[in-house]
Write a protein that binds this ligand. Structure first.
Ligand code: SAH
Length: 213
């Protein structure tokens, strides 16, 4: 599959919709306008790729809805060159959006099949995350910490302490917390021992599962 004018047109429409839904960051909207989401899906979904919906990918997982990707990314307030840890590489779409914003991206996926597939896919399409790894996101990546930003793209029944501890002072972590339904939660680390916490509405994600598979 290639990126054709018809895809680019649909992407521009998606960006308009995301603006109507309240996304304001030009950098985030530009990144969504640039990343060819249809390439991250099976070809049978090509015609639907620019609908604002989640879709199935391999290993019973999903690619997040574009609005959710935009909402979480906007909350990160990312500056080029910052170190970002993503939990749940999945299709690599969110990873690509973060790369497009100039972040140094570290991403963890617990499904080996998806990890392998997405790693080769991203490099084939010229995305260069700093580090992709197969592992358990509950543990974060202590060797590469601290991170300026952390984004969790699966529903966490509890907030992993390891992730909070790997956030730099001044850093921001966006994590959907809950079992059936998740509350989007933003943590800002205000000192080595304190965090501000804000709840920002309900979303639905596949679960953050322990251990790797
Ligand atoms: N960011 C992805 C969203 C994928 S859905 C995208 O843009 O496509 C969430 C992903 O989190 C799934 O691929 C799932 O396998 C993964 N996941 C769930 N629990 C995990 C864990 N403990 N560590 C790492 N990845 C996890």
């Amino acid at each position: 599959m290639r990126d054709l004018p018809k895809h680019q047109g649909k992407r521009r429409q998606l960006v308009c919709l995301l603006k109507e839904k309240g996304i304001t960051s030009t950098a985030v909207l530009d990144a969504i306008n640039t990343v060819p989401r249809h390439l991250f899906l099976e070809s049978s979904f090509e015609d639907f790729a620019y609908q604002d919906k989640a879709f199935p990918i391999a290993a019973d997982q999903t690619i997040s809805q574009p609005y959710t990707v935009a909402f979480q990314t906007e909350l990160l307030e990312l500056e080029p060159g910052e170190k970002v840890l993503e939990i749940g590489t999945g299709s690599g779409y969110q990873t690509a959006v973060l790369c497009e914003l100039g972040a140094k991206v570290y991403s963890i996926e617990r499904q080996h099949e998806l990890f392998k597939k997405t790693k080769s896919f991203l490099s084939r399409y010229g995305y260069r995350p700093k580090y992709l790894t197969f592992g358990d996101g509950y543990l974060g990546l202590p060797k590469h910490a601290p991170f300026d930003k952390i984004i969790v793209t699966a529903g966490a029944p509890v907030v992993p302490k390891a992730l909070l501890s790997q956030l730099a002072v001044g850093g921001r972590m966006v994590i959907p917390v809950g079992e059936e339904v998740q509350v989007m939660t933003l943590y800002v680390r205000t000192s080595t021992s304190s965090f501000d916490r804000q709840e920002l509405g309900e979303f639905r994600f596949v679960p953050l599962l322990e251990d790797k598979n």
